[in-house]
Design a protein around this ligand. Sequence first.
Ligand SMILES: Cc1cc2nc3c(=O)[nH]c(=O)nc-3n(C[C@H](O)[C@H](O)[C@H](O)COP(=O)(O)OP(=O)(O)OC[C@H]3O[C@@H](n4cnc5c(N)ncnc54)[C@H](O)[C@@H]3O)c2cc1C
Length: 442
Amino acid sequence: MLDFNRICEINVNSVYYFSMNSERLQVAIFGDGPSGLSSACELAQNGHEVHLIAPDTKKFAHSVYTTDRILPVDIAEAFFPKNERFILPYLRVITSNNTDFRVTAQGSYFMVDYPKMVEKVKIELEQMPNVFFSILPPSILKDIKIKDSKDEAVVIIDGQTLYFNAIIDATGVHARIDRQVNKNREKDYLVEYVYGATVRGKLENPEMILVIGPAAGTSWVNPNVEDENYIDVVFSAYGPKSQYNKFLNSAKPRLDKLISFIAEKPGVNVYSKKPENTYAGFIRAQTTKKPNTYHVFTVGEAAGMAKPSSGDSMQRAIMSGRILYESLKKGQSPSEFYKKWNRKWPGQKLYFAGTIVRLSYQEKGQLGGVLDAISEWIKNPNSDLIEQVEKYVVDGKLNPGLVAKILTTPKVASLLFLSAAKKLELSFKDPVLPDHLPLPKI
Ligand SMILES: Cc1cc2nc3c(=O)[nH]c(=O)nc-3n(C[C@H](O)[C@H](O)[C@H](O)COP(=O)(O)OP(=O)(O)OC[C@H]3O[C@@H](n4cnc5c(N)ncnc54)[C@H](O)[C@@H]3O)c2cc1C
């Protein structure tokens, strides 16, 4: 039974505090998404005391795709067990100017049923004696107070004071815990907007379809993992968080346009163009500022660690939870953890270059961003980047599944960034948030 009293039971009237090097850490984790759950798993499996606090809400009513192209698959094994992965052997690329080709993805893209995956991990955690799982109503969560001083980390829930060695903010893109204690938290940042629907239909081949064009952003079509008579149609675009609502206002007609576009393509059978359900959200695309907290660690999307890049966010969120455990074990501070993440996962800022490029293309009404930019270089015989890019070209066509790898090449990233910034006439400070950003045009 998941209940709030369990967390309070052991702590009522008791005030204790352990040093970070304690054999048995007591850690509060806010958020039960992939990053919170992966830190919880690591801590609990290593004998520490975990208090997992999450709201009574559900999310992700659709299948989520992810990729094993950057991380070895075994890293995410606990979350994506082999027998629950639905592998898509092909990646097909369709653009609105009649390009339509297929590349072998060699099992790089796999679909997972997100709610089931998360539920499974939660059930395993719940059965562990050192895990205290509290599902709280938003009214209680809203009033939680966190105090983070040099000497102690305190959580005040419903009038009760609890002391922890570390507090983990894994609350995702709306991160609230860290903002309560970290004055450096920015109010606005770049995000990838996502809007999608499940429609009745079927793909003739088991493939992931990348669609560039009709919805004014990158779009994906894939089979639904739950029901073979449905497909998921999703599109995304970049912009500042503050313009998310504006994006939503134009999302429905774009989605309709995308569904109609895809319905005309061979191999795609759309039985009904009417979406059965729609979902929307955003993914943080910009690096966070360095934390200035003592015991509050921000992880996953809350920390800008789960960046959008063709389905990698989930993997990155899980990975960040694991790296956080490594830091906690060594008694490292939040900023040391942050540095560790950046060292282990180089190229944080380079992802940002890709985002800016995409924005510049959005503004010009040209879509595909990074893909288009790289295709231009391929066409240019004088480009000294040809050699680097050549290995990503299959049968004369760019393999977009590997674009993220290209982006982690510093040279490519800085070039992308500079040319895009010039086109957009943007000027930057660090951390970077342009004061005007284009919303994608159709
Ligand atoms: C529509 C959409 C589609 C996506 N599709 C994909 C995809 O196909 N592939 C992919 O890799 N990634 C995808 N992503 C991105 C991916 O879902 C996220 O990057 C990833 O879930 C981040 O994990 P997280 O644990 O850091 O945060 P989240 O998964 O956001 O988890 C945060 C959790 O914290 C909880 N919470 C919030 N506030 C509080 C609070 N105050 N106290 C306690 N708990 C709180 C939330 O309920 C939530 O469960 C998608 C995102 C969206 C929005």
